[in-house]
Design a protein around this ligand. Structure first.
Ligand code: PLP
Length: 374
């Protein structure tokens, strides 16, 4: 082939989606195990018959409903084909060749990919003990920096930064640099010191907060997320970079239904079930001997490291889980992310984790707690 492609594509890291294996328990993509909320499924069925028409390209009704909910002007809200699309649009709107996009690492694996596709330069600031190092991030800002991603809670470590340190960081970011607070897992936060970033919009004109219906609301397959910008200049710029008709009318209607009281009630129960299970899974893993950072999301993280310090080898651990019928998400160089699912799914994972934990057991205390048949 002699077609000319952009050279930057050869340097592109591949996005590795969580794998689905028929018959196995999938805890690899931070989805909900249950289907969409029952109230929302009813609405999806009702609007299916309108699929011959193009959707409202700017999701006006959904945008207005979100604006009302957050007490902002509708011009500050932008709806996208999943919030990952909004991440990409934000990079397109702010950075080009020679410009820098700053983010923690490891964090959401889409950040370096969309930055590279755009032709901008990604600057990765290592996590400190699995948490955003906001001091180092502030120091890494240069006059080339156009955009900063802060993923809170962080995917894949689940850790969250608290209000005081977040504000201290935001205070240090120059006003011309756009700050993206990616709150894809906000619904699962229970630590009262982890601030809802939409309450910071009034203080930071260069801030935009991203949320999604993919995670807690269970609509990953419909692709709908939104951003709330402190200033409409930014949300308008994001709208300019959108592919026309990016959000289907079924996705828009489903998202609207998510905001109605029956869905809210269903959501609250589900989120509580997950956070209770998150605590149980974390405690159990620690009891087995794994080092697990505190998570505020719907997943937990097991980092690579020496077994004596509670660490794992990501590939060996994920293969071991798969052999036992549980699919987790491995990042070969750093660790494994495991979605918190239904109680019985988590039990299957915990059984695998127990079996995989090579711990020295005195010869006269050998017990076989590793059931076969997984
Ligand atoms: C899942 C996820 C998203 C976006 O998901 P969409 O399905 O595109 O809305 C954004 N950021 C982070 C950190 C995520 O984990």
């Amino acid at each position: 082939m002699t077609v000319r492609l952009r050279p930057t594509l050869t340097t592109l890291p591949a996005y590795v989606p969580g794998r689905s294996v028929p018959g196995a328990i999938k805890l690899a993509s931070n989805e909900t195990s249950l289907g969409p909320l029952p109230h929302v499924v009813r609405r999806i069925t009702e609007v299916a018959g309108e699929a011959n028409r193009y959707p409202d390209s700017f999701a006006t009704e959904l945008g207005s409903a979100l604006a009302a909910r957050f007490g902002v002007d509708p011009t500050q809200v932008v709806v996208g084909c999943g919030s990952v699309s909004l991440c990409q649009q934000l990079v397109l709107a702010t950075a080009g060749e020679g410009d820098e996009v700053l983010f923690a690492w490891r964090s959401f694996e889409a950040y370096p990919i969309i930055t590279t596709i755009d032709g901008a330069t990604g600057v990765k600031v290592p996590l400190r003990e699995d948490v955003h190092d906001l001091t180092a991030m502030a120091e890494a800002i240069t006059d080339r920096t156009r955009l900063v991603f802060v993923c809170n809670p962080n995917n894949p470590t689940g850790t969250a930064v608290r209000e005081a340190e977040l504000r201290a960081f935001l205070d240090r970011v120059p006003p011309q640099v756009v700050i993206v607070l990616d709150e894809a897992y906000r619904e699962y936060v229970i630590d009262p010191e982890v601030v809802d970033a939409t309450t910071l919009l009034a203080d930071y004109p260069n801030l935009i907060v991203l949320r999604t219906f993919s995670k807690a609301y269970g609509l990953a397959g419909l692709r709908v997320g939104y951003g709330i910008a402190a200033d409409a200049t930014l949300s308008n710029a994001v709208r300019q970079t959108q592919v026309p008709f990016a959000v289907t009318q079924i996705a828009q209607a489903a998202a609207l239904a998510c905001l109605e009281p029956p869905a809210e009630k269903e959501l609250r129960q589900r989120v509580e079930d997950v956070t209770v299970e998150r605590i149980r899974v974390t405690d159990e893993l620690r009891a087995i001997g794994y080092a697990v950072p505190d998570s505020q999301a719907n997943f937990v993280w097991l980092g690579n490291g020496p077994a004596e310090q509670g660490g794992i080898d990501a590939l060996a651990f994920s293969t071991g889980c798969e052999d036992r019928g549980v699919i987790v998400r491995a990042f070969a160089d750093s660790g494994v992310r495991v979605t918190v699912g239904l109680r019985e799914e988590n039990d299957a994972f915990l059984a695998a984790a127990r079996a995989l934990r090579a711990r020295p057991v005195p010869a006269d205390h050998q017990t076989d707690d590793t059931p076969d048949g997984f």
